[in-house]
Design a protein around this ligand. Structure first.
Ligand code: S3P
Length: 752
């Protein structure tokens, strides 16, 4: 019971009359009676036998066969008859109802109850609060009444503008006493939502079982009908009268849903007849993902549900023994940047793109889901394999609601560019961390191209208006950002003329490489030392291809540092992407004295890949060259840990970008290292770190995956355990981090 309920002064009502003591009315009475919310509950019904039974079962205190005399001194009247009887009941009791009485009902359709009130009272009385519990069972009658039928279920109240506030508060409180979650919505909205989510499925279940029962071999069918039949048809055992009433009561909305379904089932029949696998898989994959995430879908949001909704704490290191050494051969998960791009480009290509090694982390899954929401058929991921059935540059369709991309800046910024050229409006939303991150850096240049984008003062949510014609621009990026560059390149595919982006320092070039792999020309040239110009022309097309996503060097970095700082370590990381725009971590660690060897170099799908062997070596502090900053932008949190374990001072400058990542990574790391007794001073654009001993302590990762994993690595050298709070977002980029860390000899466990 929640606080507000336990604070209520019970009983809330002296005398309540429940008209209709079956499953729904009986369960409500029972829950209210047990909780002491009502002094006396009188049941009214049609047969004495079932009312006597209701008294025996402790569902009601007294009973009456005469509704009129029963309501005469009632404080509360609950109408729980089949919904089509509501008008008859109201007609019967209208003259006997005391003015003080609050009335409520439980009918599955609300429009019809409003109509009934209009006929009887000329409108809905102010003290009549219309309600509908979203709970039930295929069983019926008072014997099926359950005290906890409503616990953790929703109850929808549909108050009208002149509903009495006290009456509404009372009905609210009564439902809360039963353990239900109470929400409010309009009458019409309620009837449409329920038609689709409850009434149509019941109608289909009745119809399917009837079809099967009419067939000659029905004995056989029912004998062998296993799980699927039982799962799909359980609700066909529901009370026929009640459902007859509900369908008629909500006829208009049910027919609308039924017509949509009928059109779709005819299409599916056609697809099957034609052996149209693409159409069939389209239906099945969309349905599966919608079903898997149906709660969000009902709320008209994209279907992504964080895998780790609950906060997680890691306990890393050991209070009794030295962890490590770090040894073995492992393959860390697929590259996050490449995974995002493989879905985006596959979706707007023509034909089927097959992806291997896809990162099944929350960020890249958010991108995948966004394209499903825009009508793209995507199979998988299954062990890193994904098939994307591209719809061509102009084949995306408007999603049913805002696209929710969670924690993923890459999804939001790249999608902003890609969506700027579509014909429909889209809203992009993210979690709390993403909602604080700058989006003006993409919205402003995209606006220069002719896009219409609304932001919340430069922050998400972003609304991107469709139907604009984009023009190529010449844009010099003020910050070296691959996300901004990629966003403009993607918009450039839809623009008239050439889009030219100048980057002040080299940033990851996966978008350019992959577009070339899809047969779309993107050119790049160095215009002065470190300054590059990238250009793309609109109006081409992408042809589907195969993509092999290498292991993510950003995830590998945690283990590179882990092995470097732990005596006796010898670790090989397989098939790691070593794109020259990403190897800053290798260069910096090597300069610090790390023992890193790259073997088995090869090019896979346009990206260089190698196995990386790291052995323990004492590290020394360095001044990190500024030309490495963009090349190691995501690896600084763990490089700071390496610096804390090195001899001497390490200085980082020119990295103010770190302040606008998933957290302010300069501040978060300086605070955490100081908590562990390390001399780490944050500066506006970097950090100064003195190597030394690392103590034990509790760190807040602030929900930033890379901060969390970096402190887990620090525990290899700490004198005691490090407790790391807010680690759930590790799943955004590295879902099996704890498992792999444990496999190579680290001590990291997740607290329940
Ligand atoms: C990314 C680019 C980088 C990086 C991010 C992924 C990408 O961001 O930090 O994790 O996939 O393009 P910026 O380009 O904004 O530096």
């Amino acid at each position: 019971m929640n606080n507000s309920v336990s604070n209520l002064n019970l009983p809330l009502v002296k005398r309540a009359v429940v008209i209709g003591v079956g499953l729904i009315g009986g369960s409500l009475s029972k829950a209210l009676r047990e909780a002491g919310a009502i002094e006396t509950i009188v049941g009214v019904g049609l047969t004495e036998h079932s009312l006597v039974r209701a008294v025996q079962l402790g569902v009601i205190d007294e009973y009456s066969l005469d509704a009129v005399s029963a309501v005469a001194d009632a404080d509360l009247v609950i109408i729980a008859t089949p919904v089509l009887s509501t008008e008859r009941v109201l007609e019967q009791i209208k003259d006997a109802l005391p003015a003080k009485a609050v009335i409520t009902d439980v009918g599955s359709a609300k429009g019809i109850v409003v109509e009934a009130c209009q006929h009887i009272f000329g409108g809905v009385p102010a003290r009549f609060v219309l309600g509908h519990p979203i709970a039930g069972s295929e069983k019926s009658g008072v014997d099926a009444a359950k005290i906890d039928l409503y616990r953790n279920h929703s109850v929808i109240l549909t108050p009208l503008p002149d509903t009495d506030a006290d009456a509404l508060a009372l009905v609210h409180a009564l439902w809360e006493v039963t353990g239900a979650k109470v929400l409010e919505m309009g009458v019409d909205h309620h009837d449409h939502v329920l038609a689709a989510t409850s009434h149509l499925p019941h109608l289909l279940a009745y119809s399917l079982v009837d079809t099967l029962a009419k067939q000659n071999e029905n004995q056989e069918i029912f004998r062998y009908a296993a799980g699927g039949f039982a799962d799909f048809t359980r609700i066909a055992s529901s009370d026929p009268t009640m459902w007859h009433d509900i369908f008629l009561a909500n006829k208009g909305a049910v027919l609308e849903s039924l017509d949509k379904f009928s059109a779709d089932i005819i299409q599916l029949r056609h697809a099957l007849e034609q052996s149209d696998s693409k159409a069939m898989l389209g239906v099945f994959t969309r349905a599966k993902s919608a079903r898997d995430h149906f709660t969000k879908m009902l709320a008209q949001r994209a279907y992504v549900e964080p895998m780790n909704q609950n906060e997680q704490t890691f306990v890393a290191g050991s209070s009794s023994q030295q962890a490590g050494p770090v040894t073995g051969r492992i393959r860390v998960p697929g590259d996050k940047s490449i995974s995002h791009r493989s879905i985006m480009l596959g979706a707007i290509a023509e034909g089927e793109t097959q992806i291997e090694g896809f990162l099944e982390g929350e960020d890249s899954l958010a991108t995948l889901q966004a394209f499903r929401d825009m009508g793209v058929v995507i199979e998988g991921p299954h062990h890193g394999r994904v098939s994307v059935y591209g719809v061509g540059l102009n084949g995306l369709s408007q999603p049913p609601g805002p696209l929710y991309v969670g924690n993923s800046g890459t999804s939001m910024r790249l999608l902003a560019g890609l969506l700027a050229g579509q014909s429909f409006d889209v809203e992009l939303r993210g979690d709390e961390s993403l909602t604080a991150r700058p989006m003006g850096r993409v919205a402003n240049p995209l606006a220069e191209m002719g896009a219409v984008i609304e932001t919340n003062e430069g922050k998400p949510p972003m609304v991107i208006r469709g139907g604009q014609s984009l023009q190529g621009i010449h844009y010099e990026m003020p910050v070296a950002s691959a996300q901004v560059k990629s966003s403009l390149i993607l918009a450039g595919l839809y623009a008239d003329g050439e889009t030219i982006v100048i980057e002040p320092a080299p940033t990851r070039d996966h978008t350019e490489r992959m577009l070339n792999g899809f047969g779309y020309e993107v050119s790049g040239r160095d215009i002065s030392k470190g300054v590059r110009e990238i250009s793309v022309k609109g109006g081409g097309k992408l042809s589907a291809t195969k993509i092999d996503v290498p292991a993510d060097i950003s995830s590998a970095a945690f283990f590179m540092v882990a092995a470097s700082i732990t005596p006796g370590s010898d670790l090989t990381l397989e098939h790691v992407g070593i794109n020259p725009t990403r190897v800053g971590v290798v260069n910096i660690l090597t300069q610090m004295g790390a023992d890193i060897e790259l073997t088995n170099d090869r090019i896979v799908g346009g990206e260089p890949v190698a196995d990386i062997r790291i052995r323990y070596a004492p590290l020394k502090g360095i001044n990190i060259p500024e030309d490495q900053v963009a090349l190691a932008i995501d690896e600084f949190p763990v490089l700071f840990v390496a610096a804390a374990c090195a001899e001497g001072t390490t200085v980082l400058t020119g990295a103010e970008e770190l302040r606008v990542k998933e957290s302010d990574r300069i501040q978060a790391m300086a605070d955490g290292l100081q908590t562990l007794g390390v001399n780490a001073q944050a500066t506006p654009d970097g950090m100064i770190i003195e190597g030394g001993d690392i103590g034990a302590g509790t760190i807040d990762s602030l929900g930033d995956h890379r901060i969390a994993m970096s402190f887990a690595v620090a525990s290899l050298q700490s004198q005691g355990e490090i407790e790391i709070l807010n680690c759930a977002n590790v799943a955004t980029s590295f879902p099996n981090f704890v498992e792999l860390a444990t496999q190579v000899g680290m001590s990291v466990r997740v607290l329940d």
